[in-house]
Design a binder for this molecule. Structure first.
Ligand code: KIV
Length: 271
């Protein structure tokens, strides 16, 4: 039996069950059909259609410019490649912060037009009305606290967050608030491991970390980073599982040389 057919479909209930059993949750990003299909067949639990697409696909410096239509395009491509994993799509900057009705309209578009299972929003108390309204419509919401890249223009830096006590206490109270609103999980990005441990142990819902240490309920990375497609980005929390940048550059150079030397195609590669 293949890995694909052996594993149970992942739902938000299954993630809660995993937390209760102490089974770690694996999550990675995808933005297109091919990557999503490989991830799903490998047995990933959650696929995040992250607004990091703005960085790794579109080449922007921040996640701020990506639009709802672009996120929907990426979401549709990913969902077509997935049989088992839970698919979560990021609501992009500017589509949920100011107005909870607009937030609901954005989330509804994601759900109807992509077929994804849930949406993710960055922030705590500041966006709680939007979170509540989306949840009231029956749309599962994943929270995101700590480093929230959509607020880069407010903070001006991607350094570790919540190192000071006041910020750590706010993060904890935001996390509790998101849980009480009904969020099914929360991503904690780039915060001290000890604080992440406290949040994961005090909350009932799964806590997924990125740069938040090992004492959380699951881990997420940007696939392009862990595959080594981009070797300029190397924060301490990133473990590289491949060096695809160099493998691809070698393959491209070999192809160029083969074409130039009339070595490709050969007789068995033509009709
Ligand atoms: O957009 C993204 O890829 C994310 C992860 C870093 C969690 O939000």
């Amino acid at each position: 039996m293949s890995t694909e057919t052996k594993l149970r479909t992942v739902t938000t209930f299954r993630l809660a069950e995993m937390k209760n059993k102490g089974e770690k949750i694996s999550m990675l990003t995808a933005y297109d059909y091919t990557m999503a299909r490989i991830l799903d067949k490998a047995g990933i639990d959650v696929i995040l259609v992250g607004d990091s697409a703005a960085n790794v696909v579109a080449g922007y410096d921040t996640t701020v410019p990506i639009t709802l239509d672009q996120m929907i395009y990426h979401g549709q491509s990913v969902v077509r490649g997935v049989n088992r994993a839970l698919v979560v799509v990021d609501l992009p900057f500017g589509t949920y912060q100011g107005n909870s009705k607009e937030a609901l309209a954005s989330a509804v578009r994601i759900m109807k037009e992509t077929g994804a299972n849930a949406v993710k929003l960055e922030g705590g108390i500041e966006i709680i009305e939007s979170v509540d309204r989306i949840l009231c419509a029956g749309i599962p919401v994943m929270g995101h606290l700590g480093l929230t890249p959509q607020s880069i223009n407010k903070y001006g830096t991607y350094t570790v967050r919540a190192k000071e006590e006041a910020e750590a206490e706010k993060l904890l109270s935001d996390a509790v608030m998101l849980q009480e609103s009904g969020c099914f999980a929360i991503v904690l990005e780039k915060i001290p491991a000890e604080l992440a441990r406290r949040v994961a142990s005090e909350l009932r819902i799964p806590i997924i970390g990125i740069g938040a240490g090992k004492w959380v309920d699951g881990q997420v990375l940007v696939s392009h980073d862990m595959l080594g497609l981009n070797n300029e980005f190397s924060p301490r929390f990133l473990r590289r599982y491949a060096n695809l940048h160099d493998s691809m550059a070698d393959a491209f150079r070999q192809y160029i040389a083969d074409v130039k030397q009339c070595d490709f195609p050969n007789e068995s590669e033509q009709y």
